[in-house]
Design a protein around this ligand. Structure first.
Ligand SMILES: C[S@@+](CC[C@H](N)C(=O)[O-])C[C@H]1O[C@@H](n2cnc3c(N)ncnc32)[C@H](O)[C@@H]1O
Length: 365
């Protein structure tokens, strides 16, 4: 039962789904904003914050009880190697994080989403609240969760300048992300032209999360679907979605949004940057004449010399050894083996060429 929107209460609906059936969860729960009175912008117009009925709770205990229930339901659905992202503001993220730890979730990272265009603090009474926090966690410290590390590097524009990025500079993705809040054409309107949802998240945020922490074909669940941003990112990236939302209106508009979304095949979607290179043996390279039986293998300083045998081993000082054992011996290193591909060279057109380069050519061809 995938690629569906379920209209109903999240805990009830999650409890109907089979256990251990979801690879990734993104949860954007009610923040319990506790907004009171009417806020005015600097120019005097009213500010439309989040004072929706679904965001109201009587006290901290009832919010905690609700949080515990939906997190437990998520825990039952998550596969042992799956992972969960929860987003929240200062009003709720500390209690949510505490409950997650009480329930045995293992926190991998907390991420700060730094908003490029935050809502100002109209009254000027405290700091402008310009970030939200995401918690990324697994069921247990031993979970072998998906992290497309190299794909994340490929996506990272937070810690490299545009010029560096154009020049091919890639750096590890950090835990501070910079996106604007959802606005302009991305923001959905209802039939009367009014903002459909007060807390629609930017698609870019969800695309990043899904790209780095799931694989093509994985099942992604969002227990608080809203405008179905998670479903849209999931479909675009070739994963399968399960979206739960209690409000019929959001489901109706979200369905239209999802129907007009297509899978967009790309290297990022397929996480090709994280694919392990195909294993290549020396024998295969001899068979296809990339290496020649009887030719000399050199170290970088052109000494000492070993001879390549037909079975891919090396003849060195009257011993026949695999090239990894041989290089350790030739270099006089204490280790039993070194990676031969990192140390041996052969001669091509009068120049020494690393055999790793020859292997790369072989792979590419
Ligand atoms: C913070 S919003 C999610 C916004 C969404 N991420 C987006 O980009 O549009 C939370 C949503 O959860 C829904 N919700 C709140 N309590 C719920 C419950 N018990 N069951 C199902 N949905 C619920 C609300 O109607 C609201 O749309």
């Amino acid at each position: 039962m995938y690629d569906i929107i379920i209209n109903g209460d999240t805990v009830e609906e999650m409890n109907k789904l089979p256990p251990n059936s979801v690879d990734l969860i993104f949860a954007d729960p009610p923040y319990w904003m506790r907004t009171e009175g009417v806020l005015h912008r600097f120019g005097g117009t009213e500010f439309d914050g989040c004072d929706d009925h679904w965001d109201k709770f009587s006290d901290q205990d009832s919010y905690n009880e609700f949080t515990k229930k939906w997190l437990l339901a998520c825990k039952r659905l998550l596969k042992p190697n799956g992972s969960i992202w929860v987003i929240g503001g200062m009003q709720c993220i500390y209690s949510i994080g505490g409950i997650m730890q009480d329930l045995g979730f293992w926190i991998i990272n907390d991420v700060v989403w730094h908003k490029k265009n935050p809502t100002p603090n109209f009254k000027g009474t405290r700091l402008n609240n310009s970030h939200e926090t995401l918690i990324w966690a697994t069921q247990s410290p031993k979970a072998l969760y998906t992290f497309n590390y190299k794909t994340a590097k490929e996506l990272n524009r937070d810690t490299v300048t545009d010029e560096e990025f154009r020049n091919g500079v890639r750096k590890q993705m950090g835990s501070v992300w910079r996106f604007p809040v959802c606005s302009g054409r991305e923001r959905l309107n209802d039939e009367s032209g009014n903002k459909l949802h007060n807390t629609q998240k930017p698609l870019e945020l969800l695309e990043r999360i899904i790209t780095i922490s799931s694989k093509i074909g994985d099942v992604v669940l969002d227990p608080f679907g809203g405008t179905m941003t998670t479903g849209v990112a999931t479909k675009k990236l070739g994963r399968k979605y399960i979206m739960i939302e209690r409000d019929e209106k959001y489901c109706k508009f979200g369905k239209i949004r999802l129907e007009s979304t297509q899978f967009q095949n790309s290297d990022l979607a397929k996480s090709v940057f994280d694919e392990k290179p195909k294993k290549v043996t020396v024998e295969e390279m001899i068979r296809d004449k990339y290496l020649l039986e009887g030719e000399y293998f050199y170290l970088k300083d052109k000494s000492p010399v070993a001879v390549l045998c037909p079975d891919g081993k090396l003849l060195y000082q009257n011993q026949v050894l695999d090239m990894h054992t041989c290089v350790a011996l030739a270099k006089g290193v204490k280790a039993d083996r070194l990676n031969g591909f990192a140390h041996w060279y052969v001669e091509r057109n009068g120049k020494l060429v690393p055999i790793s380069e020859i292997r790369e050519n072989y792979r590419n061809n």
